[in-house]
Design a protein around this ligand. Structure first.
Ligand code: DNO
Length: 354
């Protein structure tokens, strides 16, 4: 297991590399060029800047999260080829800097979605919350306004340019089915995976979050069966997975069983916990197994059983010790650092026994 920490970049993250350096076991930062619109070509100069900043602290930049996929690719429009070409070129640029894994997602329109970014927890912390009935009622445009008013940072997946033409984008998705999305994903992979192989970059799709359709838009990377279908679209090692325990844990998925079945195709793990309620709501909890619905102990045990050599990062944390005043929603310092220590503790214990 190679421990990493997501960092939004110089001037774009209140958490500094100096702080990250002090979390035990972190070897690299998970990064992106967050200002680059989906479909654009990344320049070597920009990547070199990040490399230099990370290297000053001895961090690797092996994992990029994300190189976003342009909406036209998901929609299967004629214009997609130019964006796919840029994607390939970007992979070639990243390969020159030794990047090993690229995380991306194939969710129509929205990336991760929540209804409240600061839901108060009984212990005084607060966390990202998903209220199912609210999602069924709310107009997506209203949700975006709520989310962007709630925070002064641009959140990945909620970039202004992606949301600018929302009405038109929704129109384009009218009548669009899950099978259409599968077809367009296959087209994308058939083009990208040979380049990923040539560059030795492992592609790692992120599951849909939450793992069910919202706003009438299909979502397909949601459970074991669909992940199996995904891996067969292009059945090669470089076509792999980010297993996000929180996203898959938004419904009753057996995540250890998913790891059992597909461990050799998992290139990146996002480890976090969520507590599900019977009405379909869920809240993000601490990483501890007993605090949420995902058995994080079993998740780590299964990874250990297969001697998992891939990258791991703690995922969203609650906002604790007052950090909601400054932290990016879900991406504060403290609870993610605690999450790392929980994962480290489990891993060390398992190593000790063997
Ligand atoms: C949320 C993240 C996602 C993830 C993308 C990958 O916090 O886990 O936004 O980065 O879905 O492309």
């Amino acid at each position: 297991m190679k421990m990493t920490f997501r960092w939004y970049g110089e001037g774009n993250d209140k958490i500094t590399l100096d702080q990250i350096k002090q979390i035990p076991g972190v070897e690299g930062v998970v990064w992106s060029l967050h200002d680059m619109p989906a479909g654009s070509l990344w320049s070597p100069e920009r990547v070199a800047e990040v490399e230099k900043q990370a290297q000053e602290y001895g961090f690797h930049i092996d994992v990029v999260e994300s190189v976003n996929v342009h909406e036209d690719i998901k929609l299967g429009l004629d214009t997609r080829d130019q964006y796919i070409e840029n994607y390939k070129q970007t992979l070639r640029v990243l390969a020159k800097f030794g990047v090993k894994v690229v995380c991306y997602n194939f969710m129509p329109v929205f990336d991760w979605t929540r209804t409240n970014l600061y839901k108060k927890m009984p212990d005084g912390s607060n966390a990202l919350f998903f209220e199912k009935s609210k999602i069924n009622e709310i107009d997506p445009i209203e949700l975006i306004e709520t989310i962007s008013k709630n925070t002064d940072v641009t959140m990945p997946g909620w970039e202004p340019e992606r949301l600018a033409n929302l009405k038109q984008t929704f129109k384009q998705y009218e009548g669009f089915t899950a099978e259409d999305l599968w077809k367009n994903l296959q087209y994308f992979l058939e083009q990208i995976i040979p380049v990923a192989e040539e560059c030795n970059i492992k592609m790692a799709i992120h599951p849909d979050d939450p793992a069910f359709p919202i706003f009438g838009l299909p979502r397909i990377i949601i459970n074991k069966e669909n992940i199996g279908r995904f891996l067969k679209l292009v059945d090669r090692p470089h076509n792999g997975l980010t297993v996000c325990t929180g996203s898959l844990g938004s419904i009753d998925n057996d995540i250890p069983a998913i790891i059992e079945s597909y461990h050799d195709r998992i290139h990146f793990m996002h480890i976090r916990n969520v507590k599900r309620f019977e009405n379909g709501d869920f809240i993000e909890s601490s990483h501890r197994a007993c605090d949420g619905s995902v058995d994080i102990v079993e998740v780590v045990k299964t990874l250990h059983k297969y001697d998992y050599q891939g990258y791991v990062r703690p995922d969203h944390g609650r906002h604790i010790w007052g950090e909601e005043k400054w932290a990016r929603p879900g991406y504060g310092l403290y609870d993610r650092a605690l999450g790392i220590m929980y994962i480290n503790g489990l891993w060390d214990t398992l190593n000790h026994k063997s």
